[in-house]
Write a protein that binds this ligand. Structure first.
Ligand SMILES: Cc1cc2nc3c(=O)[nH]c(=O)nc-3n(C[C@H](O)[C@H](O)[C@H](O)COP(=O)(O)O)c2cc1C
Ligand code: SF4
Ligand code: SF4
Length: 400
């Protein structure tokens, strides 16, 4: 008999799925849906004592890659956050993470906010060291003298000293476990995670978004193409399924270097992505855009998929396969390169010539309206297998 449940920092999660902080966790009716569809936990929308974003959310999309960029997203006020946590504790069986920051420019006062959220009933505090929208130095305006440098979001997450100070302050103030939500901004994620661990963090989570900038209206003076924004541009967190491979690497780095549990996130779209994230080192996962695109019903499918996968693969629980991929890593010079070539199934090839367009490849020629591969020239890159519209090409062991 296998189980999806685990105890992390003394708290039971019935499965590894956490709905991450964002638009899906800012209202009671959405928390109810998360609960009804079987998520183990939610991280409540970022709770702040000072509201940095006026008005409504402003996002932009790039449909081909399912990219969703966030330019502006109002936060919850402290009182709204406390009330939502109280409601969720009373009305749902969810584990509640409170995604939070303390007062702007006053790291020593984060403990005050933390205490209030603990009192409201949060099981965990999730310290927001991740939000790229709050990272003043990465914004164009940082060149202007008017911008006051306040330590919030990714600005903390890029600095091990600030991150440790915030963690220590909150740990001193509360008894409930503390998660530090890290960022890839600044490239110091592992160093920051280590510093947070030393300062007492009970777990790390990740992935609020990679800073990007929207497409421009090139015929209107380079104004941003974002519905509901007039003229000005702000960089904002990008994400979508294309970030999975980046997340895999970051999760592996964290798992190798940090002793506390890792909550992997970034681009999870299928239950197979969850398994992969666990194999790279996560114990729990967080997800946002997948459920924004497809709704909470996805969670039911994921749970079924994971349960049957674990049965089939013979894993009793999540820890038994968490991090198992790490043993397969080596330095590039130690890779065992096996010779392979492209092979064309002559019966399936329609002679469409698409594979002849591949820029770096001079191995394919058309003979009697069928593609043929010269094995001596084939470098084994496998791009033709992706380009061929009828899957007539496969890779197989080098026959020469
Ligand atoms: C519209 C939007 C709002 C978000 N708001 C928050 C937030 O308030 N706090 C936070 O820590 N992360 C926030 N995130 C980041 C998500 O929690 C998550 O870390 C990120 O989206 C990566 O996961 P995904 O690829 O599954 O979307 C937000 C993401 C989106 C798309
Ligand atoms: S595997 Fe790469 S090099 Fe070989 S035929 Fe295909 S595209 Fe050309
Ligand atoms: S892309 Fe596929 S179908 Fe088209 S010529 Fe090449 S092998 Fe044949």
């Amino acid at each position: 008999m296998n189980t999806l449940s685990q105890i992390i920092a003394g708290v039971k999660f019935k499965n590894p799925i956490i709905v991450s902080s964002g638009p899906l966790t800012r209202k009671a009716n959405l928390l109810k849906l998360a609960d009804d569809h079987g998520a183990a936990a939610v991280s409540i929308k970022h709770i702040m004592t000072d509201q940095p974003f006026e008005g409504k959310s402003r996002w932009y999309f790039q449909p081909e890659t399912k990219t969703l960029g966030v330019v502006s997203e109002p936060r919850l006020d402290l009182e709204d956050g406390e009330n939502l946590i109280k409601w969720a504790r009373k009305e749902t069986g969810l584990v509640i993470l409170a995604n939070m920051s303390g007062p702007q420019g006053a790291i020593e006062r984060w403990g005050e906010t933390a205490e209030k959220l603990e009192k409201a009933g949060a099981h965990f505090l999730e310290l927001n060291m991740t939000c790229p929208n709050l990272d003043a130095p990465s914004q164009i305006e940082s060149a202007s003298k008017d911008v006051k440098r306040v330590a919030l979001g990714a600005m903390i997450g890029r600095d091990p000293v600030l991150a440790a100070a915030v963690t220590r302050c909150v740990k001193d103030a509360v008894k409930i476990p503390v998660i530090c939500k890290l960022t890839s901004v600044g490239g110091a994620m592992v160093e920051v995670a280590k510093a947070c661990g030393k300062a007492g963090a009970d777990a790390v989570s990740m992935a609020a978004g990679i800073p990007g900038a929207p497409h421009l209206d090139i015929y209107d003076g380079g104004k941003p193409k974002v519905a509901g924004i007039e003229g000005k541009i702000s960089f904002g967190g990008l994400g979508g399924p294309w970030t999975r491979l980046i997340s895999n690497r970051l999760i592996a780095d964290l798992r190798k270097e940090v002793q506390i549990p890792v909550m992997g996130a970034g681009g999870i779209w299928t239950w197979q992505d969850i398994v992969e994230s666990i194999m790279y080192g996560s114990l729990l996962i967080q997800t946002c855009r997948s459920l924004m695109y497809k709704g909470f019903r996805l969670v039911d499918d994921w749970l079924k998929g994971m349960q049957s996968f674990m049965e089939e693969a013979g894993y009793a629980d999540i820890p038994s396969f968490s991090g198992i991929a790490l043993k397969n890593f080596c330095a590039p010079k130690d890779l065992e390169i096996v010779p392979v070539n492209a092979q064309v199934n002559q019966d399936e090839c329609t002679g469409c010539k698409k594979c002849l367009d591949i820029g770096h490849c001079d191995a394919i020629v058309l003979v009697d309206k069928k593609a043929q591969v010269n094995n001596t020239l084939c470098v084994g890159c496998s791009m033709c297998t992706i380009i061929c519209p009828v899957s007539a090409i496969t890779m197989s062991a080098d026959s020469q």
